[in-house]
Design a protein around this ligand. Structure first.
Ligand code: NIG
Ligand code: FE
Length: 417
C-alpha cells in the first residue's frame, strides 16, 4: 500500500491512545511501546505497529528513521496571545526593581500599552510577526496553537484582530484554534456600555465563524465575576465554547464559574484555593497551567497542583506567549513544569499533548498517536520520556511533523551524541 510517510525505528513511542484526558497518567496507561513504527497517509495516521511491520507493509513517499529515539504526539499550546505589536522589556526591568504586574497595568502600561502599539500596526505586520513566531514554535515541536485576540479592546479593533487570526490560520502550518478574548475593560469608557458592545461583537464573530472560543480575563483589575458571567453566557448562547483566565492576580471567585457553565479550560489558577479543585473535577473542566507566565509574573503564588492531582483533575499546560512572557515554546513550559509545579515527566508530556487537546476541544483529532488522528508527531533528540524536564533550556525536538505534510527539522544539539 502506498503511503505518504513512514517513521520507523522508534525507540520509545508515547502514544496517549487511551480514552479521554489523563488525570493519573502512568507508564502503564500512557500507550508506551518500544521499537514502533507509524504510517501516514493524506495527513492522517493510518497505522501504528512494530517498526518491522511498518517497513514491509508500505511503499512510502518519504521515510524518517527515528534512530531509536523518543516519539510523541505533537505539542498542543492551549494559551497564546500571539497577535500584538511592540515589546515591553522596560517593564521587565520595572518588575525586577519591585513594581508589580498590577501596578504597571493600573498606570496604563502592560496590556494597555500593547493595545496602543498594536493599533499602529497594519494587518500584514501583525500577520508576518505571528507567522514567524509560529515557525519558531514548529521547530520546537508545537503543532496546534490556540490564538487569542485581546489587544484591541475597542470592539472594531478587536474585530480586526480576530480577522487577522483567521488569516494567520489559513497561512500557518499548525492547526490554529481562534479565541475571542475580553481582556481588560477600556479606561476611557463606561464598563457597562463596553460589556454590551462586547456582547454584540461576540454575536458578530460567532455568526461569521471567526472564533471557536470566548475567553475572559476574570480578575482584579480586569473583569469582575458578574461581567465575566455575562460574557461567557453570551458566548455560549451564540454557539461559542468557553475558556477563562481565572484566579491569576487575586482570588475573586472566578474559578468557581466552572461550576456554573460548561467551561472547557480554567486557566492560570495561581491564586485558586485548593478546595476549588473539587469544582473543576465535577465540571469536567481541564486545569490549564502556564508555568513560564508564573515566572514572568514574579509572584511567589503557585496553582494548587497537589490538590488538583489528588482529586484527579486533568492538567494541561501552555506557553502563554504574550508581551509580558515572550517564551514561545510550550516545550519550555513542559520542561519547567516538573521543577516549578511538581509534574512528573510523563504528566508534563500528557499536559502538553493529550490533555491540551481536550482543553481545546480537539481531543478526538489531535494530541495522541492513534489511527485516524492528525499526523502531528515529534521525534525527539532523547531516548525516553524521562528526559522531559531532566534537560531543558535548549530545543530537544529533532523533527516536527505537522498534519503529515510538513516535516520541520531542527538543528541537532549534539548534546547526547
Ligand atoms: O495570560 N492575564 C492576562 N493576560 C496575559 C498577559 C497579557 C499581557 O500582559 O499582555 C496572561 O498572562
Ligand atoms: Fe492569557
Amino acid at each position: 500500500m502506498k503511503v505518504d510517510l513512514i517513521i520507523y525505528n522508534i525507540g520509545e513511542l508515547v502514544a496517549f491512545d487511551g480514552e479521554g484526558p489523563y488525570s493519573r497518567v502512568r507508564p502503564d496507561n500512557a500507550g508506551i511501546r518500544h521499537n514502533a513504527g507509524i504510517a501516514v497517509r493524506d495527513g492522517v495516521i493510518v497505522d501504528v505497529s512494530s517498526s518491522e511491520d511498518v517497513r514491509w507493509r508500505y511503499e512510502p513517499e518519504r521515510v524518517i528513521d527515528a534512530e531509536g529515539l523518543l516519539v510523541t504526539p505533537g505539542l498542543v499550546d492551549i494559551h497564546t496571545h500571539l497577535v500584538f505589536a511592540g515589546s515591553r522589556e522596560d517593564e521587565f526591568e520595572l518588575k525586577l526593581s519591585g513594581a508589580t504586574y498590577s501596578e504597571i497595568l493600573e498606570r496604563g502600561g502592560g496590556i494597555y500599552r500593547t493595545v496602543r502599539m498594536t493599533k499602529q500596526a497594519s494587518d500584514e505586520e501583525l500577520i508576518d510577526r505571528a507567522l514567524r513566531i509560529l515557525d519558531l514554535m514548529a521547530r520546537g515541536g508545537t503543532t496546534t496553537v490556540e490564538v487569542k485576540s485581546g489587544y484591541g479592546i475597542d470592539v472594531d479593533e478587536e474585530y480586526r484582530l480576530i480577522r487577522v487570526i483567521r488569516e494567520i490560520s489559513t497561512r500557518s502550518k499548525q492547526l490554529i484554534i481562534p479565541t475571542l478574548l475580553a481582556h481588560v475593560p477600556p479606561r476611557d469608557q463606561d464598563r457597562r456600555t463596553y460589556v454590551s458592545m462586547f456582547k454584540e461583537l461576540i454575536g458578530r464573530v460567532a455568526s461569521e465563524g471567526l472564533a471557536v472560543y470566548v475567553d475572559v480575563f476574570c480578575d482584579k483589575g480586569a473583569f469582575t465575576v458578574e461581567e465575566s458571567m455575562e460574557i461567557i453566557e453570551s458566548g455560549l448562547e451564540k454557539g461559542l465554547k468557553a475558556r477563562i483566565h481565572a484566579d491569576q492576580l487575586e482570588y475573586i471567585g472566578c474559578s468557581k464559574l466552572a461550576g456554573r457553565y460548561p467551561i472547557d479550560s480554567v486557566e492560570h489558577l495561581e491564586k485558586m484555593p485548593g478546595e476549588n479543585a473539587e469544582i473543576l473535577l465535577q465540571s469536567g473542566s481541564i486545569a490549564g497551567l502556564l508555568p513560564t507566565s508564573i515566572i514572568a509574573m514574579m509572584d511567589p503564588s503557585r496553582p494548587p497542583v497537589r490538590e488538583l492531582k489528588r482529586k484527579g483533575v486533568p492538567i494541561a499546560i501552555g506557553s502563554d506567549y504574550n508581551p509580558n512572557n515572550q517564551t514561545p515554546l510550550v516545550q519550555t513550559a513542559m520542561d519547567i513544569s516538573t521543577y516549578l509545579l511538581g509534574l512528573t515527566p510523563l504528566e508534563a508530556l500528557a499536559a502538553a499533548t493529550v490533555n491540551a487537546a481536550y482543553s481545546l476541544g480537539v481531543g478526538d483529532r489531535v494530541g495522541s498517536i492513534r489511527k485516524g488522528y492528525r499526523a502531528d508527531i515529534v521525534v525527539w533528540e532523547v531516548e525516553n520520556y524521562r528526559w522531559i524536564g531532566y534537560t531543558w533550556g535548549y530545543n530537544k525536538a529533532l523533527y516536527t511533523i505537522i498534519g503529515g505534510r510538513h516535516i520541520v527539522p531542527s538543528s541537532r544539539s549534539g548534546l547526547l551524541d
